[in-house]
Design a protein around this ligand. Structure first.
Ligand SMILES: [Zn+2]
Ligand SMILES: [Zn+2]
Length: 464
């Protein structure tokens, strides 16, 4: 009997574990992101797996760079108007061409992206203007990358770094690091300004990344770069400096199949001249390195006047006129700012897709207590939209509202957030298994003790 009991116990434990595994398997499904608040919550799970379920407008939200080692699937969605205001917590070393290490601050959607994957994500109008007196790198997606894989992403924005201390740079996608960037589209304005003329810094700027050891394949880069430097300049349409130490030692590097459009305007105020500025890779410090099959329409423009900081807008007091370009079913809206003095023009304040619905059908009537619901289809693209009908304010009139209520017709109708589907089935299965086994065990234990008692009665005398 003891044997039977221990077998039962073992079965019970295995089933309990199985139940747990079912629940855990369920938990590995990516966490769905619908709102800016959801995106902020990524900080709570730096190893997690996430997927965007909607475009997000980050206007008005201060962004602290995330330190991340998980997976983010943008699912083709965009993050609009992300402003990089605060560096990440982690400050891994960056390394210059002389193998010197610097504790470094990193800004980006991610501060550090280590053993992580980001795919199908659009960053539209990502912005930074960092003024700092320590080594620093900025990248639209990540300040620092280590063994990171970035595929099918888009980065559009303006990243500016005013730096003081020895080692710094800006890249459209990544600041400093290692890994892979593939099939990405980049359209960026990048600015680095050395705010201390006395020290000779190592400055880096690249359309995809500033410096490090990352493969870049099949990317389409549009760059407008500006560098004002009193040290050593490393600028490239794709990579500022491709360097194997310490992240790529013994590895083979690739910069292949990319296209670069644009221009880098720079000065290098330094007798010990480097002034690296090239269409693809500014400087390469690598043993094995394949630079092939890239095309360009790139210009470098070097200035010999070091008195004025180089910026896209050179007017001391620019005067901008604004024109708002509305979005529609599949384009984002934005505001175009044009300087009346010099003609320089840029875009900011992007807006989400907007859909127009002219026929609404009531799904649920509003009552005195609860909102009603209307359903409609976009005139342009047919996508389903819903909107709330406000609660009825006074006593209900005799005839109920039939079609469109007289409330102000909303131009922009946000799709109602469908509640996140939560599949409780595995949890229920697990509970049923555990409860069932427990009941069976209890019954068996009771039967067993009954049997023992019976046996005791029969054989009690001899046992004593
Ligand atoms: Zn539409
Ligand atoms: Zn101007």
């Amino acid at each position: 009997m003891k044997k039977t009991l221990s077998v039962l116990l073992a079965v019970f434990m295995i089933l309990t574990m199985l139940g747990g595994t079912v629940v855990m398997a369920e938990e590995t499904a990516p966490v769905e992101i619908y709102t800016p608040e959801d995106l902020l919550k990524m900080a709570d799970d730096p190893d997690g797996s996430f997927i965007l379920m909607a475009d997000l407008d980050m206007t008005g939200i201060a962004w602290k760079a995330l330190d991340f080692s998980g997976t983010l699937d943008g699912n083709g969605h965009a993050i609009l108007n992300l402003t990089l205001t605060q560096m990440g917590d982690l400050k891994p070393n960056s390394c210059d061409g002389n193998k010197k290490l610097y504790e470094t601050a990193y800004f980006g959607l991610f501060g550090t992206l280590v053993n992580a994957e980001v795919k199908n994500l659009k960053l539209i109008n990502v912005r930074a203007r960092v003024d700092i007196d320590e080594p620093c790198f900025i990248g639209g997606l990540a300040g620092y990358a280590e063994n990171a894989t970035i595929t099918d992403c888009t980065v559009v924005g303006t990243l500016e770094l005013r730096a003081f201390d020895r080692m710094f740079g800006v890249g459209g996608v990544v600041g400093y690091g290692s890994g892979k960037v593939k099939n990405c589209t980049v359209d960026v304005t990048l600015i680095t300004t050395d705010t201390d003329a006395k020290t000779k810094d190592e400055q880096f700027l690249g359309g995809v990344y500033a410096t490090g050891f990352m493969d870049v394949r099949n990317c389409n880069v549009t760059i407008d770069g500006y560098t004002s430097e009193h040290g050593y300049v490393h600028n490239g349409g794709i990579v500022g400096m491709y360097m194997e130490y310490p992240l790529g030692v013994g590895k083979k590097g690739y910069v292949t199949g990319n296209h670069v459009e644009g221009r880098i305007t720079f000065f290098e105020n330094n007798d010990d001249r480097r002034a690296y500025c090239k269409a693809f890779v500014g400087e390469a410090l690598v043993d094995y390195y394949i630079l092939d099959d890239n095309t360009q329409n790139f210009q470098k423009e070097e200035w010999k006047d070091f008195t004025e900081e180089l910026r896209p807008e050179m007017c001391a007091i620019p005067e901008y006129t604004e024109s708002v370009i509305a979005g529609n079913c599949n384009t984002y809206g934005y505001t175009q700012y044009t300087c009346e003095i010099c003609g320089y023009s840029y875009r900011d304040h992007y807006t989400l897709f907007t859909h127009t619905v002219s026929v609404w059908t009531e799904q649920k009537a509003a009552t005195l207590e609860t909102e009603g619901l209307e359903l409609g289809y976009c005139d342009g693209c047919g996508i389903e939209q819903t909107r709330a009908i406000p609660v009825i304010e006074s006593e209900p009139e005799t005839e109920p509202a039939t079609t469109a209520p007289e409330t102000e017709p909303q131009e922009t109708v946000k799709p109602q957030n469908t509640p996140k589907k939560q599949n409780h089935l595995p949890l229920i299965i697990a509970i049923v298994i555990v409860v069932g086994c427990s009941v069976a065990l209890v019954i068996l234990l009771v039967q067993e003790s009954k049997r023992k008692r019976r046996r005791k009665k029969k054989t009690g005398k001899y046992n004593r």
